[in-house]
Design a protein around this ligand. Structure first.
Ligand code: 3H9
Length: 692
């Protein structure tokens, strides 16, 4: 074995040379890896005794893509054209041996090789679209030549990984070899190549499948229609479509050039910068400054959930899906039965949509034990309380839990606003208490705010975060404050939205601006969906806000067929003339002189106070970093990933612009716009929020 460079080795097995890349953690295609690959393969090809070359990776995976951290920096090292020259253009057959995840540029390197073998657990994919990019090393030109245009478009536009079995079926790999025996299997394949005189097979020369698509623009039209909704607001997908179309219409080398240019053009776009930022942000959340990564976590073998309502049921499903038994407790038999029936119905609906096998429903339901008494939770390792949002009720539950739960159990509250320390304070073990704030629908939304109380012990925090990962959530550690990170910022937006409709806008104006910005819906559509009567009661309602007036009229949102909007049977929203009149009358009664409000102002009024609140959250240490706040907004509220989250957005448009506007608003509209000192500091020091 000889070292080619610091990340590449060259070894020999008879007439077969083996080039091994070893660049942890994921063998990303850095300059070193590219250099090593180029030089290693070239050296092997030059040795007269070598008849075939295997390219393989050490560690947990084949090359998992370009080094994302390198994008936008000055180019270094071997170029992709050079790699293509030594790999595809090389004189001797080259076999890529694949395990782990061959993604993006990694998969494209494999496609530059002449043959591919993989272990059955390997995964493949072109996830560039998720980074606001398109494949830039031939993926859009070579993949359609193997799989046909439709399949290739699906792989490129979904960005989703596919299995080794699918890869075999679609002609992407030539053979599967025994799990754990990749090197031996690849050598065996290489032996066969030598013995049967198989020549280097270049994908660039395989034209049959793309010729089949030539003269059929309807293929692209259909895909464009199918994906239009999913990609509302996104840019890169149109480039991806064009690149594949070029593969069909133009010779290979021209296609390569156009693909490369489109890729390079996308790198500096705001969307791609935002999406790459989010990629790293979603990986940073797991790192907690004062909780070591190797701290021992507690085994969670059984989970208790108190409350079988919408939240309790959704929360339970997460654990059932992960194979963890759940005991769910309700006070009344019929509420318990309703809760269990809802869980089953949700699963049945998933089966109907073809996304789950019927047998899996039974497997999951068998893991669920319903109970009517908190006493049945005594053997749970984690208990999550999801009862009515009321401090006295929650404290009562925790007092009882303290007596029932086993010694080292984690006691969690799913509260969305309340003070975890006050809840923990009624127990004799505040170190075991934390918040696990799921977002509705809890079995669908990816975000989990893990709320750290003043006394929560570190192993409890580490366990909750690890569990979040296990159930497929993205866990963000937050501190105790009203509404934590997400709802605390949301409150700012909701307040301004309510003010805006009195000052001159209509609910549908505000919603349109927020929707066009990229969120799935605006504040009023969201209220209608959630129900206007959350936290409202007839007894105390005094017609003192638009919301109260609407609730009193039984316009309580979609569920009553009317709220800020009117709804038809299919739940399509229509602006309501009645609501318009209610707003106008109410504003007049309040002596508010209405004025036209421009879209710019609506956006700034809704979003800048959120950014300001985010700055206060950082100042108070209630979030670890600005990017954690962004992860909350992207995964909990549908903030468009191509805008990177509210804090990244502030950096993008310039913190100074936000500050200036807040100051103006403060003068004309009052103290709620007073800029956070942290924001003032960032501007004074010409920093970015994301760097704090
Ligand atoms: C591309 O290839 C463009 C080409 O078409 C054209 C040009 C050639 N770069 O996710 P994990 C880090 S675009 C840099 O926790 P897992 C990651 O930050 C690229 N760093 O592990 C983390 O660091 P840390 C197309 C990367 O086992 C560590 O590795 N490729 C990269 O859950 C472990 O990552 C992709 O988009 C990278 N490419 O999942 C694939 N990848 O430990 C992106 C990872 O300091 N990667 N890191 O926090 C993934 O999807 C997952 O990381 C993977 C492993 C499935 C590979």
């Amino acid at each position: 074995m000889t070292a080619v460079n610091s990340v590449t080795d060259l070894s020999r097995a008879g007439e077969i040379a083996v080039v091994t890349i070893n660049s942890p953690p994921v063998n990303a295609l850095s300059a070193d890896v590219r250099n090593g690959l180029r030089d290693g393969v070239a050296k092997a090809a030059a040795a007269p005794e070598v008849k075939a070359i295997v390219v393989i990776c050490a560690g947990r995976t084949f090359i998992a893509g370009a080094d994302i951290a390198e994008f936008g920096k000055p180019p270094r090292g071997a170029t992709l054209l050079e790699l293509q020259g030594v790999l595809e253009g090389g004189p001797k057959p080259i076999i890529a041996a694949i395990h782990g995840t061959a993604l993006g540029g990694g998969f494209e390197i494999a496609l530059m090789c002449h043959y591919r073998v993989a272990v059955p657990s390997a995964k493949f994919g072109l996830p560039e679209i998720k980074l606001g990019l398109i494949p830039g090393a031939g993926g859009t030109q070579r993949l359609p030549r193997l799989t046909g245009v439709e399949k290739a478009l699906d792989i490129i536009l979904s960005g989703a990984p596919f299995s080794a079995q699918e890869a075999l079926q679609w002609g992407v790999v030539d053979a599967l070899v025994e799990e754990g025996q990749l090197r031996e299997g690849a050598l065996g394949f290489a032996r066969k190549v030598i013995d049967t005189h198989m020549l280097p097979r270049k994908i660039r020369d395989l034209n049959e499948k793309i010729e089949a698509a030539r003269g059929h623009p309807e293929i692209f039209e259909k895909v464009r229609r199918d994906y239009a909704k999913k990609f509302r607001g996104f840019e890169a997908w149109q480039s991806a479509l064009r690149a594949v179309q070029v593969a069909v219409d133009l010779p290979f080398d021209e296609g390569m050039k156009l693909e490369r240019q489109a890729f390079l053009d996308l790198i500096p776009t705001e969307q791609s910068r935002a999406q790459r930022y989010v990629f790293f942000a979603e990986r940073k959340v797991w790192k907690i400054a004062d909780v070591p990564e190797d701290i021992p976590v507690l085994p969670i073998r059984k989970v208790g959930v108190i409350g079988a309502g919408t939240m309790g049921g959704g929360i339970s499903m997460n654990f059932l899906n992960a194979g963890i038994p759940v005991t769910i407790v309700e006070a009344e038999q019929d509420a318990l039965e309703r809760g269990v029936a809802t869980i089953r119905r949700n699963y049945d609906n998933t089966v109907k949509k073809g996304r789950m096998a019927a047998a899996d429903v039974e497997t999951r339901m068998r893991l669920l034990s319903p109970g009517l008494d908190l006493g049945v939770l005594s053997d749970c390792d984690l208990v999550i309380e999801a009862v009515y949002e009321d401090m006295a009720i929650k404290q009562d539950v925790f007092r009882k839990l303290d007596r029932i739960a086993k010694k080292d159990a984690i006691l969690a509250s799913n509260t969305s606003y309340l003070n975890i320390d006050e809840i923990a304070g009624v127990t004799g073990r505040p170190e075991s208490v934390l918040g696990m704030h799921f977002f509705s629908p809890a079995n669908v939304m990816r975000l989990l705010e893990v709320v750290r109380g003043a006394k929560t012990a570190k192993p409890m925090i580490a366990t909750a975060m690890q569990l979040a990962r296990k159930i497929g959530k993205i866990g963000v550690l937050v501190g105790v404050c009203h509404g934590f990170v997400g709802n605390r910022m949301l409150h700012q937006r909701q307040r301004e939205a309510q003010k805006l409709i009195l000052e001159g806008a209509m609910p549908w104006d505000v919603d349109r601006v927020i929707y066009d910005f990229g969120l799935p819906m605006g504040p009023f559509a969201m209220s209608d969906l959630a129900g206007l009567d959350i936290g409202w009661s007839k007894a105390t309602s005094k017609s003192s806000t638009i919301r109260e007036i609407l609730c009193e009229m039984d316009r309580r949102g979609q569920k009553t067929g009317a709220g800020y909007y009117d709804y038809d049977e299919a739940r399509h929203a229509k602006p309501s003339a009645l609501v318009e009149k209610i707003i106008l009358d109410f504003a007049a009664e309040q002596g508010i002189k209405r004025r036209p409000i421009a879209d710019d102002e609506i956006l700034a009024r809704c979003i800048y106070p959120m950014i300001n609140e985010g700055a206060k959250i950082l100042e108070e240490g209630k979030a670890q970093r600005a990017s954690d706040i962004d992860v909350v907004w992207i995964n909990g509220y549908g903030w468009p990933v191509y805008r990177g989250g509210p804090m990244f957005y502030a950096d993008l448009i310039g913190p100074e612009k936000v500050l200036t506007k807040l100051k103006q608003f403060e003068v004309t509209m009052g103290a709620e716009f007073k800029p956070a000192p942290l924001l003032e500091g960032v501007v004074a020091e010409k920093k970015r929020l994301q760097d704090l």
